[in-house]
Design a protein around this ligand. Structure first.
Ligand code: ADP
Ligand code: MG
Length: 316
């Protein structure tokens, strides 16, 4: 459905996107993930035909974006970064305006507008001025604008940025439903965000494609260990020697002496091995009191950052 072959975009010396290659199949919801400046928006602008690649080719539904831009662009609905600027229009007027821009035939226009309003859950505010809406609504108005030409492909640039948790849940639900009938590419700098909506994630960093994988595999790739935080009373040597008798432990890392006389450790074991029970019973037998025994979750974000850093190191 979308083929990106060796696409590079340079601004002078600045290479925003570097030799990008990936394919997206019909019906997929794909996440473009990367830190700020990774090249996500540039990639999306290239896919929508708003900017032209310095090198490489892009095919949209079999149409070459450079040679046949009219047909290629007609397949795409694009929601740019940020929220709509036409604040003095009502929701319905704005969506109508987008329908005209996209040259939706007048016969279909009203029907498409209503459908876009329904699908983005904007019925109750359709006659309100955009300027009076909350950010969550504004974002969905922008999404409705992308949707009104009923495109096969939706390209959504950072759809949840700047929204509060409730608004994020709402727009996520809308996007999830749209995914049933559209091929979707959405971008984010937050892994947990894309992993909730996408079965496939493309990771970009400094304009380069780092990896394409499922969110689960990405997590597994980086979550190689379990870390247990242990706060315990007792002699340092005894604490450590007892821990050493448990199999599966990789590192016993002393963190600090607390003021109350307890000691803090990070006990690191293999990924799927939870050694809390064993730790507890070993120390209980010696009548050593555990004050805290807690599994530290390696967050997805840390995992993502680790993945990016690791790839950079491998390159150097
Ligand atoms: P992202 O959306 O992932 O945050 P962008 O695609 O916006 O990243 O930007 C990628 C890189 O390209 C950045 O270093 C940015 O400064 C640069 N860049 C983007 N657009 C332009 C432009 N019009 N002129 C010069 N440099 C640009
Ligand atoms: Mg961006």
């Amino acid at each position: 459905m979308i083929k990106v072959n060796h696409v590079t975009k340079a601004y002078g010396d600045q290479v925003a996107v570097n030799n990008l290659c990936f394919h997206i199949k019909e019906g997929e919801t794909v996440g473009l993930l990367g830190p700020n400046g990774a090249g996500k928006s540039t990639t999306m602008n290239l896919l929508t035909g708003l900017i032209e690649p310095s090198e490489g080719e892009i095919q949209i539904c079999g149409y070459d974006l450079l040679k046949d831009p009219k047909h290629a662009k007609a397949q795409i609905g694009y929601m740019p970064e940020g929220i709509p600027l036409y604040k003095d229009l009502t929701v319905k007027e704005f969506i109508g305006f987008m329908a005209d821009l996209k040259k939706v035939p007048s016969k279909e226009k009203q029907n498409n507008i209503q459908e876009a309003i329904t699908k983005t859950d904007l019925n109750e505010v359709q006659n309100k001025l955009i300027r009076n809406l909350s950010r969550g609504y504004k974002q969905r108005v922008s999404l409705a604008g992308a949707l009104v030409s009923n495109p096969k492909i939706l390209i959504l640039d950072e759809p949840t940025v700047g929204l509060d948790p409730k608004q994020i849940t709402q727009i996520r639900e809308v996007i999830r439903n749209l995914g049933k009938n559209h091929t979707i590419i959405l971008s984010s700098h937050i892994l947990s965000e894309v992993s909730k909506l996408c079965k496939k994630v493309i990771i970009l960093n400094q304009g380069k494609l780092i990896t394409i994988d499922t969110p689960e595999n990405l997590e597994n790739k980086v979550k190689k260990e379990t870390i247990i935080k242990l706060t315990i009373e007792g002699e340092k040597e005894k604490i450590e020697n007892l821990a050493k008798t448990i199999s599966g432990i990789e590192t016993i890392e002393f963190i600090k002496d607390n003021e109350d006389g307890t000691k803090e450790y990070n006990i690191i074991s293999k990924k799927d091995k939870d050694i809390r029970k064993e730790l507890f019973s070993k120390y209980a037998k010696e009548q050593m009191t555990i004050f805290e025994l807690k599994k530290i979750e390696v967050s997805l974000e840390e995992a993502f950052i680790e993945l990016i850093t690791k790839n950079k190191e491998e390159e150097n």
